[in-house]
Ligand binder design. Sequence first.
Ligand code: NAD
Ligand code: SER
Length: 316
Amino acid sequence: MTRILITGALGQIGTEISALLIEKYGKKNVIISDMREPSKNGISENCRKLDVTDGAVLEKVVNEEGITDIFHLAAILSATGERNPELAYMVNSVGTFNILKVSVKTGINKVIIPSSIAVYGPSSPKKDTPVISVTRPDSIYGITKVDNELLSSYFRKKFGLDVRGIRFPGLLSYKTLPTAGTTDYAVDMIMKASLGEDYTCYLSPDRTLPMMYMPDALEALMKLYNADKSRLRYSTEYNISAFAFSPKQLENELKRIFPGFKVSYVPDYRDEIASGWPESLDCSDAVKDWDFKPRFSLHEMVDDMSRNFRLLNTKH
Ligand code: NAD
Ligand code: SER
């Protein structure tokens, strides 16, 4: 029987993948966990407060709950990480090492660990960046993500652990708002335009980054989770994205629906983080190995998100 532990389950991806996994495997087989108290967020069943930096407690939870698979989503993202590098190192590097170590010790079947475009850095190719490229990031978040990828490959080779993951681009969603990353501006901009407000952007107008809508990210995670292991040439390094745009292009896209929308640009330290990331990715390995295929275009994503932000606003 499959029993799944989700770490960082209250985050942007965690809240949405939890719902999908519960739908597929049943409420009693999906254990929601986070550093924050899950029950305080309206989740009442099968939830545990779990700090992934505490390896002993992690092992206890995995044993007590009879966990077979782990979706490890607990992390400190790029913007928060740059403000607190020690915390980023502890959660991302030490926490992920704990997940890998406990997984081997307790005989976990499959571990999912998302990576990020942040593994790339100023010396990586900027356009159509392939999986195997120079990965020398200069943000602490990126450094811990490279560390996670290398550790995952090592555990796969040395201990035969089935560790899978995706280098996600910036993810756009309206159900749980992102709060800790550099690519969050795009969600903020769509939300402000939808609510009839102006927006001040912390990235330069021409800072192009690869992006993707959450429904496609969730479908990709599920596809990779269920993929035939013998087809997977990589561990957590698969590149995916659906489209790429700059803040100025997103502004123009939004003006199509909201002609009076106004954006001003005041770049800060997050623009410096994003300056080392690719503008577009080569996703052909994910297509070849596990049939990656995004559905939403930039147009469709903007239409759907702005409609949902307006609906949410009228409900409140
Ligand atoms: P998020 O910041 O929305 O959520 C992370 C969750 O981890 C939060 O709920 C937080 O409370 C929890 N957490 C923090 N420290 C913890 C600890 N010590 N123990 C347990 N939980 C802890 O992040 P997300 O966007 O859901 O990201 C999930 C994963 O996907 C991360 O590995 C991230 O690097 C990766 N990723 C996300 C994006 C994106 O755009 N959202 C892009 C690329 C990669
Ligand atoms: N969306 C993430 C961030 O901006 C990329 O990993 O931190």
